[in-house]
Design a protein around this ligand. Structure first.
Ligand SMILES: Cc1cc2nc3c(=O)[nH]c(=O)nc-3n(C[C@H](O)[C@H](O)[C@H](O)COP(=O)(O)O)c2cc1C
Length: 219
């Protein structure tokens, strides 16, 4: 159990850090903990529809600036800079190679259980959740990718580490760059978001949030 005050403090401390102290590096074990928070995140059917690329090479960070208007200051100063790729329809196809293999090799489902779950998953995609075109499947995977994002940022804040989530990029152009420079297979993956980690160099602005009574209804 973590004390209530520590949880509240971490949630308040987490803010969208606009510029980091470029001289401060996150310790390896702390960054490993942040990645572990991503790894242990929940996902629909447990399929983990994500990949993370930690971009530490200055030349690659420089290239990312080209189409990422929300990122340049963070790319220059963050201790660690992460790209989250979301899986696309060919990988998430119940009848493709990836999902049946994932069920056997990662989830260790016996064949009969795997077949039963594949049936549920097929129905879920085709009718329950209307994941009937490639864009819908990619958006569904992206939604799930935001769970590791939140977990990484919260765990970072619990360790006194700052972060900034970034959607300020041109998706098509950045995906093309990822294919050219990072070897990303765009048939299988697309960029969901970027997230920077490090230590603040300036005090954050005061938080603004609606009161709880405006966002929660009890019935
Ligand atoms: C999905 C998402 C995308 C965001 N994209 C950017 C971005 O590209 N650049 C940036 O500086 N901040 C970005 N932000 C930060 C938000 O502006 C910030 O979280 C919001 O204003 C609330 O402030 P706080 O996080 O400091 O409490 C993003 C936040 C989220 C959740």
């Amino acid at each position: 159990m973590i004390a209530r005050d520590q949880i509240i403090q971490a949630l308040h401390e987490r803010h969208a850090c606009k510029v980091f102290d470029a001289n401060k590096k996150i310790a390896d074990d702390d960054f490993a903990l942040i990645l572990e928070a991503a790894r242990l995140s929940p996902s629909s059917f447990g399929f983990e529809p994500w990949q993370f690329i930690v971009v530490q090479t200055p030349a690659l960070r420089e290239r990312l600036k080209q189409h990422a208007w929300g990122a340049p200051l963070k790319l220059d100063t963050a201790s660690h800079f992460v790209l989250c790729l979301a899986m696309k329809a060919p990988l998430l196809d119940p009848h493709g190679d990836y999902i049946p293999r994932f069920m056997r090799e990662v989830q260790h489902h016996p064949e009969a259980i795997a077949q039963q779950r594949l049936g549920f998953y097929t129905q879920f995609q085709q009718s329950d959740f209307d994941l009937t075109d490639e864009r819908k499947v990619f958006d569904w995977a992206c939604k799930q990718c935001y769970l590791p994002l939140a977990n990484m940022m919260t765990v970072a804040a619990m360790r006194g580490i700052d972060s900034c989530p970034i959607e300020g990029f041109k998706q098509r152009e950045t995906d093309a760059l990822l294919a050219e420079q990072f070897g990303v297979n765009l048939h299988h993956y697309g960029l969901a978001y970027m997230v920077a980690f490090g230590y603040r160099s300036q005090a954050p602005q005061a938080k603004t949030r609606r009161p709880l009574s405006d966002i929660v209804q009890w019935k």
